[in-house]
Ligand binder design. Structure first.
Ligand code: ZN
Length: 115
């Protein structure tokens, strides 16, 4: 889309990293600041290594409130485009497990990044 070209060069890169939208707060961040959730065989997994995933992803900033905002609906929309979207509905128990993984993931990651 030509219309977005200008915005894309400005917004889709931040310090050399592609920019993604957190689905919790809808703010835009450099991709490597965000936690990536990937859809694999119908299961939602947290991607530990950047670039290690294929397929559809959604992004959350490493804040509990953003996870909660996403969890409130119980539905995660994985999309490559507006017309190509898979909505996954997570039960409460699965959300609970995912949240624990999310929280320990961001805790470990924060502990690892000293700089
Ligand atoms: Zn957020």
């Amino acid at each position: 889309m030509v219309k977005n070209r200008r915005n894309e060069s400005r917004l889709n890169r931040l310090g050399g990293s592609p920019v993604r939208t957190c689905i919790g707060c809808r703010e835009r961040f450099a991709q490597d600041e965000l936690v990536r959730l990937n859809l694999r065989d119908g299961k939602v997994v947290i991607v530990a290594k950047p670039g290690a995933s294929v397929g559809r992803s959604i992004y959350l900033c490493p804040r509990e409130k953003c996870f909660d905002a996403m969890a409130r609906t119980g539905k995660l929309a994985f999309s490559r485009s507006k017309h190509n979207r898979i909505v996954v509905r997570l039960e409460e128990t699965k959300l609970y497990i995912l949240k624990n993984r999310f929280l320990s993931f961001i805790k470990t990651r924060n502990a690892n990044s000293v700089s």
